[in-house]
Design a protein around this ligand. Structure first.
Ligand code: NDP
Length: 306
């Protein structure tokens, strides 16, 4: 078994490996940097503790229609843990093959981490932790008490919004291109908002009531491609405090370039990726993990691409 390879469901059918195996499933998955990140951490763990010597993390290309069989086989083959990425996070949340879901992940409606148990997979969502820790590490910002302007109303935005509410932001302002999707998200969030004011707006016409000094978080996919439009005109917002773009490839999106031009503190989503991965690995190992080794591996992978 080669941790640098991309495996398929057919490989899983005949999978036979004596050590502890971990995996990430996605579609597409070829460019995932999770294997590099996790295998770097496992190598470092193994240097201090021989228990980890035969732990390896593999990537599997799994289209959505193959997810049920993949989860069944991974469980039968005793993979200890699985990460899920696009398009599996929401599908797995409702999969009958997932026996239990961490209560903190329930409001998110999506899971990105599975842990083997005899009764079936246990599901967790570590993206919120990744976001909160990344914001703190890169921008020195806590979500608690912050005014947040969140861009997007898809799966990543929902996870980010729930994290904002769970951490106790001062207010949450959500902007999305398609009003219907925004309204859907606002309805889903309402039961979890408590006393926190949550508002929606059209990013083309930011309302005058927006707070000054807000933390702007991009959870749209606008920026993945070089000719994508800006998800919002930062200059039209009342003096934001900082900008965090969940996108990390490219490392500088048009939004981050605009933040740079305005002199705003800014960061891309690589720290979120690293910290969601670190939390997943903690769930599997049951102990502390070498986050810095994961961050180094992630940065090296990205540097190799640009
Ligand atoms: P979804 O497909 O669920 O949602 C996409 C969102 O982007 C929607 O709000 C959509 O708006 C908006 N959008 C797409 N294209 C445009 C555009 N051209 N202009 C304005 N808005 C647009 O995707 P996800 O929520 O799963 O992922 C969103 C982003 O977050 C991705 O770039 C992903 O890479 C990143 N991400 C990063 C992570 C990390 O660890 N750093 C973890 C998870 C996600 P509309 O409703 O109008 O279609």
């Amino acid at each position: 078994m080669d941790a640098a390879r991309t495996y398929s469901l057919a490989d899983l059918e005949t999978w036979s490996r004596p050590g502890v195996s971990l995996a990430v499933l996605g579609h597409p998955i070829k460019h995932s940097i999770s294997p590099a990140m996790h295998n770097a951490a496992l190598a470092e763990l193994a240097r201090a503790d021989a228990r980890f010597a035969d732990w390896r993390y593999f990537r599997f290309e799994v289209p959505p229609e193959e997810l049920p069989r993949a989860l069944e086989l991974l469980h039968a083959k005793r993979f200890l843990g699985v990460n899920l990425t696009v398009p599996h996070k929401i599908l797995a949340f409702t999969s009958p093959r997932v026996a239990a879901i961490d209560p903190a992940a329930q409001p998110v409606g999506a899971i990105n981490t599975l842990r083997w148990s005899a009764a079936g997979w246990e599901g967790f969502n570590t993206d919120g932790h990744g976001l909160a820790t990344g914001l703190h590490e890169d921008l020195g910002r806590a979500l608690a008490g912050a005014h947040v302007i969140l861009l997007g109303a898809g799966g990543a935005a929902r996870g980010a919004a729930i994290e904002c509410l769970q951490q106790g932001v001062a207010s949450l302002w959500i902007a999305n291109r398609t009003r219907e999707n925004l309204d859907g998200l606002l309805t889903q969030l309402a039961p979890f908002a408590g006393e926190i004011p949550v508002h929606g707006f059209d990013p083309r016409t930011p309302p005058p009531a927006l707070p000054r000094g807000a933390l702007v978080i991009n959870a749209t996919s606008a920026g993945l491609k070089p000719d994508d439009p800006l998800p919002v005109d930062l200059a039209a917002l009342p003096a934001p405090a900082a900008v965090y773009d969940m996108i990390y490839n490219p490392p500088e999106t048009r939004l981050l370039a605009a933040a740079r031009a305005l002199g705003l503190p800014r960061a891309n989503g690589l720290s979120m990726l690293v910290h969601q991965g670190a939390r997943s690995l903690e769930i599997w190992t049951g102990g502390p993990v070498p986050v810095e080794a994961m961050a180094r591996a992630a940065r090296a992978e990205m540097a190799g691409r640009h």
